[in-house]
Design a protein around this ligand. Structure first.
Ligand code: KG4
Length: 337
């Protein structure tokens, strides 16, 4: 069989990344240039600055990606790029680069949904067993996705308001922790043996989730403590674990209910929050006896182009091709592809 090389490109938020995957399995290179150090000063991602940095970096990232993989662009089989959803200016940069390569080398281009990429990051850890339930938990998304087959995504539950990652980040910011707050909370609460506040259970219909009510009430509470001079180190830690536990427990309660109802064989996870150590521990503890659990490798939980190349290869093999005139989209639901 002739070797097949997929170039993946990712630029939907604050990471510029390019990767080359050989025959859908072997990662020859996965170059990631992160902008976190810049956005940290603003306490969150600044879209205009993100676009400018993608534009500055994309050329270098691609160059390094080909050098590390030791292949020439003329050897590429196809190019897969994140075209949705994300910061629109940021998406444009990756899509423009991908379209140029596709046109110049006359190879197919494949427009990948970012969340589908996060789901397929799990394939670097093992094979999918259908039907499965995917928990997608990131800065901008909290979704439960049912898959009865490859590339067949059905959202069966989602947040009715804010996403889990951004809610964690906002509470963390109030606690004086650095951006990204979810990472800071995870570091601070590593031993998971911390006393928590008693918080009321969130009510959301069906398999849906809700984070904004709890987030706002915790923020109000933290502010009041600050005013009274009661927010010492121990108190910060107690709030940090309380919010992490409440958010993750809600996600897992709903995921396990959905897994039961849909009789899935496997539960998988994806997105930035799937790096969370409490979530990784609890999914195994609570679901591990009944379901096969697949967890993406830690390196593959943050945005990267290897996961885009991974799903890109599968889409290519399934005959999916996009036209050079597709437009990136800031938002689009995950659906069948
Ligand atoms: O998927 P992702 O990299 O991109 C966006 O959706 O923007 O997710 C970023 C989110 C942030 O909210 C960050 O705080 C959270 O993932 N995150 C974590 C951890 N690592 C990243 N949250 C909890 N624990 C972690 N270890």
């Amino acid at each position: 069989m002739k070797d097949e090389y997929v170039l993946g490109i990712e630029s939907s938020c604050d990471e510029t990344s390019a990767s080359i995957l050989l025959n859908g399995k072997e990662i020859l290179s996965n170059v990631i240039s992160t902008q976190i150090a810049t956005h940290i000063q603003y306490g969150g991602v600044m879209p205009e600055i993100a676009s400018r940095l993608h534009l500055e970096n994309i050329g270098f990232v691609l160059k390094e990606c080909f050098e590390k993989a030791k292949i020439d662009p003329s050897q590429l089989t196809c190019v897969a790029v994140t075209g949705k959803p994300g910061l629109i200016g940021a998406l444009h940069i990756g899509c423009l680069a991908a379209k140029t390569i596709s046109a110049y080398y006359n190879i197919p281009i494949i427009n990948v949904h970012h969340l589908a990429g996060h789901i397929y990051a799990n394939e670097f850890a093992g094979d999918f067993k259908f039907p499965l339930l995917a928990i997608v938990a990131s800065g901008g998304n909290s979704e439960l996705v049912y898959m009865k087959d490859h590339l067949n995504f059905k959202i069966i539950g989602e947040t009715l308001d804010d996403a889990i990652g951004e809610s964690l980040d906002k509470v963390a910011r109030e606690l004086g922790l650095p951006y990204p707050g979810g990472v800071a909370i995870d570091k601070l609460t590593k031993d998971h043996n911390i006393e928590t506040f008693k918080l009321s259970k969130v009510k959301a219909s069906g398999f849906n989730l809700s984070y904004s009510g709890l987030k706002s009430s915790l923020i109000r509470d933290i502010r009041a403590r600050k005013e009274k001079g009661e927010l010492d180190e121990e108190m910060v830690k107690k709030y940090a674990f309380s919010v992490e536990k409440a958010f993750v427990d809600q996600l897992l309660d709903k995921a396990l209910l959905a897994a039961e109802k849909y009789q899935v064989k496997q539960i998988i996870m994806g997105g930035g929050v799937s790096a969370n150590s409490y979530l990784r521990e609890q999914i195994l503890a609570r679901g591990g006896k009944k379901y096969e659990i697949l967890i993406p490798p830690l390196w593959c939980t943050t945005d990267n182009a290897a996961m885009i190349a991974k799903i890109g290869y599968r889409m290519y093999k399934n005959g999916i091709r996009d036209s050079l005139d597709f437009s990136p989209k800031a938002s689009e639901e995950l659906g069948y592809r």
